[in-house]
Design a protein around this ligand. Sequence first.
Ligand SMILES: Cc1cc2nc3c(=O)[nH]c(=O)nc-3n(C[C@H](O)[C@H](O)[C@H](O)COP(=O)(O)O)c2cc1C
Length: 375
Amino acid sequence: MAPRLGYPLRMSSTIFEPCQFGRLTLRNRIVMAPMTRRMAQPDGIVTEESLRYYARRAAGEVGLIISEGTALDDLHACDTLTVPRIQTAEQWAAWRQVVDAVHAEGSAFAPQLWHTGRLALDPIGPSAGPGPKRADGSSRPDTREMAEADFAQVLDAFRNAARGAVAISADALEIHGAHGYLLDSFVSTVTNRRTDRYGGSFENRMRFPLEVVRAVRVEVGPGFPIIYRFSQWKMDDYAEQKFKTPDDLRLFVTALRDAGVDILHVSTRDATDLEFESSGLPPRTLAGWSRHFSGLPTIAVGKVTVTLGMDESYGDRASEIVDPAPWLALIESGEADLLAIGRALIANPDWVPLVRAGRWRELQPYHKGLLAQLW
Ligand SMILES: Cc1cc2nc3c(=O)[nH]c(=O)nc-3n(C[C@H](O)[C@H](O)[C@H](O)COP(=O)(O)O)c2cc1C
């Protein structure tokens, strides 16, 4: 593949070296992307099998492991009850064992705090409307517009989950603000049609996500690393462009930074894709723009050593393996500080040692069959 940014395609000298972001010390710049596996017990407790799954990636020298989306409550936050939760002392105790196992292998761990919003079992969102269709075409229940009591309940659930992240000795936490789930649905003018202080202007649409960030910051205290994940796209609209101009993005990322976010996790289809190409400004990826505007470290993600789009993850076609050099070069070129790997890490717990040794051709291809079990 041609180098789209015009940066040299040599192996990054720093990507496999230890690095530090505030209190977060990592053995290298490779991150495991959050990936829902729906294999917890129905009471939301993460299993022994999941512990081994995460520990295997830590033994494979991943710098930071971000958990699958872990639901804030059993009321509105999850889309199935086999999504693990981070709500009760029993659920925290099981997560603590996962964190201990990951630490024992020398990696860091961050739970991803997830509220599925319009895609939940009992869906809530900024505005009422028909639920988005499931992948199999079936309908979800209608979304109920959030009332004052719902705002208070969700904030409390985020506060509680943040306390959980500290209690399990996580090294950081990630707020899931991407993909059309609750927080993202406030930012989008398509899903947020409110006329009160939570809708309308950009400032109003950002109000609730920022209230969540501030509430989480109060719970975890200064210095505990907060990662915020966001995206242009959403699950039910892969083509959505929430940030139409560089200025839209600038307002968004600086507001997150000022509310207490430490690291931005920029979820893109392909981390090397350029954004705002028609702006006449120098070429940058979405992670690069976010870093440029906010001054915060960014995590880039998307299609590293896989050829399938995220929307093709459950299709019949298997991925091919591609040279990771253009993606690794994102670190060297200053577009991103960390690189998250999703599906390639499902297929290859030993992704880091193989790629570091230049043996990427030996990687196993991702295919949907790998999702049937936790390995
Ligand atoms: C099976 C699967 C589950 C996913 N679950 C989540 C999730 O829980 N939270 C999230 O933010 N992203 C989730 N994603 C998106 C990934 O984190 C990642 O952004 C995406 O797979 C692109 O990275 P890749 O091309 O390296 O796989 C999921 C992706 C897959 C394939």
